[in-house]
Design a protein around this ligand. Sequence first.
Ligand SMILES: O=C(O)CCC(=O)C(=O)O
Length: 304
Amino acid sequence: MVANKTTLPRINVADIEHHVDSLDFSKIARDWEQFGAFVVRGLMCPYAAQIREDIEATTDEAISQLGDATYVEGVGWNTPNKTLFIPAPPTYVRDKQVMVVGCNYRTSAAFFASACDDTLLSIVTTLLGDNVELYQEGQCLVKEPVGGHPKKLHQDSSYFQHKYDGPVAALCYAVDTDAQKGALYVVPGSHKLGVLEHIDTVSHLGLDDADWSWGDALQITGRAGDVIFFHVDTIHGSQENYSDARRPVFIHRYRRADDYVVIGGSTTKARREAEQNIAQARKDNQLGLLVRGRRAYDADRSTG
Ligand SMILES: O=C(O)CCC(=O)C(=O)O
């Protein structure tokens, strides 16, 4: 049967829930195939406190650099420490709010160490096969308190569509995250829908509210250290943070060692332009750091 919205499975969080101390890799593989998402409780507990500290410090640094931020049309303001701000609600102390924090594998040792965690990589190879590389340098997002930005429902493939399976995302809560704080929603089974048409929204590319609503999605609350895995085509997003403290998350992304972006962009205009250049997409300038297995020489890649 061809997947469409009406045939998506309706499940509970318990159906896709795993615990780090009792992993069943066959069930993980089945959840991935059927639902394109699952959660592993406690997986990043050894790292979460230090990474949270690093995200907090980078966020404070970014706020102090706002006067030197540069504007990118349709995207937002970048501070020198590579933190992205977007417009804030009118009730804010500032006219800009934090979205993506400039904390990554080059700036946080704990974040990089966590990307190479042995158990995490065993889960990832179950999903992607033996040869796996990091896609990009890790991503941290912060929702500021009292209304910090929503991330509208979207597929990551709208931002970075790949040649093969695409990256597996492992999103980790750096603090306990409930509904009020803006816990992540996923739409189980939506990874079978292919890449859907996205529009420009307050949180960049997103699905039209008329087509997809939070009611179509499953909310996954969690404790600091819990990790939600999702497919590049799995619809996901999160609502505002209405609590009185920041809501930080960190995300690792992994892909097959031979995979690469064919269409990239964070606005509809950028994506349309990239679609014109799809024939030029190549692996040669997209070699990520290998975290499992080995990269075989490929003459077709035009790299040494
Ligand atoms: O911060 C979140 O809850 C979602 C982040 C996200 O959807 C993304 O980076 O693709």
